[in-house]
Ligand binder design. Structure first.
Ligand SMILES: [Zn+2]
Length: 125
């Protein structure tokens, strides 16, 4: 998937683990999602009625149905969020310089503070 940003840059989504992509779960869906995982996945596994492969698949499906995708332009910081109607909504950041890394969860592999395995640096929080 590619999104043409209003600034002229191209937002490319063709891999996993992207630092400029996020999955937004609205607060109105948060507890329903947690409850669905509890009731439809954890309880059946604990009771021996569901195997773990089925549980993995169902948990991911429950989380995915609640989440909407979002992307950030790394050139200008604009956020694009999937609306309920499936159309992208654009949000422009306030202030200079714009935070262009709002969806990133950890430093990139070549950046200061990056862990060797690419995980979160425990000393940075
Ligand atoms: Zn842009």
């Amino acid at each position: 998937m590619k999104i043409g940003c209003h600034c002229g840059a191209l937002i490319v989504d063709q891999a996993d683990d992207l630092p400029h992509k996020g999955h937004l779960i609205p607060d109105q869906e948060w507890f329903a999602t947690c409850d669905a995982i509890d009731g439809a996945v954890i309880d059946p596994v604990a009771a021996g009625r569901m195997d773990k492969e089925a549980a993995y698949h169902l948990a991911r499906r429950i989380i995915s149905r609640s989440a909407r995708l979002m992307w950030q332009c790394r050139a200008c910081g604009r956020l694009y969020i999937d609306g309920l109607d499936g159309q992208l909504r654009c949000f422009v950041p306030q202030g200079e310089p714009a935070d262009r890394e709002v969806l990133r969860s950890r430093p990139g592999p070549a950046e200061p503070g990056a862990a060797a395995d690419g995980g979160r640096d425990p000393g940075s929080s």
